[in-house]
Design a protein around this ligand. Structure first.
Ligand SMILES: CC(C)(COP(=O)(O)OP(=O)(O)OC[C@H]1O[C@@H](n2cnc3c(N)ncnc32)[C@H](O)[C@@H]1OP(=O)(O)O)[C@@H](O)C(=O)NCCC(=O)NCCS
Length: 166
């Protein structure tokens, strides 16, 4: 198996990422948030349109994770104006989990953050997403606070904010 993590450069690649996002969200979030909220959040944050806007005007970059050329995961990041680096998205298709790929993805995020001169990486994760929280803790992230964010249409994100000091 050969894993590559490369910046998303073309519209075609971003469409591929959006399709994978839809697949992963429908697999991993039932039981954590409602189906209505899943659809709403995909459209608002993970659709092709939303991600293209994040890249063109909000300073985001997306990285595609490929095994033997086939897309199996993606990462979304954004350097903040201060000393922090935001890990916005870290997603791997279910059949590729538990194989060390997540650690390579997180190491790549830390490298990007260091290259941008940042001192820490932070993220938000749903408080009930037990596996992701455990992975982040094991990697060395700490919970720094809880945050409930109103995202419209009556939905909230009930998250931990976690931080990794570089
Ligand atoms: C989050 C995600 C990318 C992690 O990938 P993964 O393949 O499941 O992660 P792994 O099983 O390889 O675990 C990563 C590390 O955490 C460790 N780990 C996993 N579960 C653990 C637990 N319950 N307790 C302690 N350590 C744990 C693993 O041993 C591994 O360490 P290692 O690489 O040193 O062996 C993946 O589960 C995913 O895409 N989930 C769905 C989407 C999601 O929730 N994304 C996060 C949104 S914020």
């Amino acid at each position: 198996m050969s894993i590559e993590i490369l910046k998303v450069e073309t519209d075609e690649e971003l469409h591929e990422v959006a399709d994978l996002a839809t697949e992963i969200w429908h697999e991993c979030f039932p039981g954590i948030i409602s189906m209505e909220q899943i659809e709403y959040m995909i459209e608002k944050f993970q659709s092709y349109r939303a991600m293209a806007e994040q890249i063109s005007s909000q300073g985001y970059n997306y990285l595609a994770v490929r095994e033997d050329g086939k897309l199996c995961g993606y990462i979304g990041v954004k350097p903040e104006d201060d000393e922090r680096f935001f890990l916005s998205k870290l997603y791997l298709r279910a059949d590729k989990r538990g194989r060390g790929i997540a650690s390579s993805m997180l190491n790549r995020v830390f490298d990007e953050a260091r290259r941008s001169g940042k001192k820490s990486v932070y993220l938000t994760v749903n408080r009930h997403n037990d596996h992701a929280v455990a992975v982040y803790k094991k990697t060395g992230f700490e919970i720094i606070r809880q945050a409930v964010a109103d995202i419209g249409n009556g939905f909230v994100m009930d998250d931990y904010i976690m931080e990794y000091k570089l």
